[in-house]
Design a protein around this ligand. Structure first.
Ligand SMILES: Nc1ncnc2c1ncn2[C@@H]1O[C@H](COP(=O)(O)OP(=O)(O)OP(=O)(O)O)[C@@H](O)[C@H]1O
Ligand SMILES: [Mg+2]
Length: 254
């Protein structure tokens, strides 16, 4: 579904990604892991069009999306969350999701003024859809609260809902469990599996090995901008280079 081919990224003189190739198969949860600064978020930035690769190619559903602008890539069906949460704190949860859905609005300025019944029914549809999305991350009860009233873990879930609002086929999730307590993390894992079960293909960056090993069917490991291993969770756990990159087995055996 998504292919990265020989991606290299330099920042000034610094090589941050070197000849990275990977393939995300439709329907799966693909994990991208690696130590701090390995280049994981840079991979997401390149896929989502926020950064241009120095060389290499990204294709999605057979279409070359390298260097396309972010809004176009969203339109093709790729959505993402950010490592640093980007929800609108002053808006309600429902409004946050509705803002994410803006590209789905179909009524024109004309119908806004002259076809109010149509507008009302579309607005109702959109609100229902927004509620449905909030229910995926179990936040419907808080739909009318401001985002700033949420716990950190809940804000991360709202960030996920916001990404789902553009109706993606592929969802890129950057460290969703960061700052979550163990109970929230457990719930998050269930939700990601649930989202995947609804037909979304997922590419997940995550530090928490318990999350990655627990829900990913395929894992790629980046270290200093190079792909050092790829395979099933069991392959990855047993890979000596991966163990060395993580300085010991503790983190991997979690
Ligand atoms: N816009 C930028 N300009 C210069 N250097 C950058 C830029 N973005 C990232 N880097 C550098 O690229 C390297 C990889 O960063 P990246 O954020 O992709 O790592 P990461 O694997 O996501 O790390 P973390 O686990 O800490 O989130 C780091 O050394 C970082 O400092
Ligand atoms: Mg990162």
């Amino acid at each position: 579904m998504l292919k990265g081919e020989h991606i290299t990224k330099d920042f000034g003189g610094l090589r941050v990604l070197g000849d990275v190739s990977f393939e995300v198969k439709e329907g799966l949860i693909f994990g991208l892991i690696g130590p701090n600064g390995a280049g994981k978020t840079t991979v997401f930035n390149i896929i989502s069009g926020l950064l241009k690769p120095t060389s290499g190619r990204v294709t999605f559903d057979g279409r070359d999306i390298t260097n396309r602008p972010p809004y176009e890539i969203t339109g093709y069906g790729i959505s993402r969350t950010f490592q640093n949460i980007r929800v609108f704190r002053e808006m309600t949860l429902l409004e946050n999701v509705l803002v994410g859905m803006h590209r789905l609005f179909s009524y024109s300025a004309f119908s806004m003024f002259f076809d109010l019944p149509k507008k009302r029914s579309e607005e109702k549809d959109l609100r229902e859809k927004a509620f449905e999305i909030l229910s995926i991350v179990r936040l419907t009860e808080k739909a009318d609260l401001k985002a700033e009233s949420l716990s950190y873990g809940e804000q991360r879930k709202l960030e996920l809902a916001r990404a789902l609002a553009t109706e993606p086929k592929l969802l890129l999730i950057d460290e969703p469990a960061a700052g979550m307590n163990p109970a929230e993390t457990e719930e998050l894992m269930e939700e990601i599996v649930h989202i995947n079960g609804k037909g979304y293909t997922i590419c997940l960056i995550e530090h928490d090995m318990k999350v990655v090993m627990g829900i990913c069917s395929h894992i790629a490991v980046l270290n200093f901008g190079e792909l050092i291993a790829e395979g099933s969770p069991d392959d990855i756990k047993a890979n000596p280079e991966v163990i060395e990159a993580y300085l010991g087995k503790e983190e991997l055996s979690a």
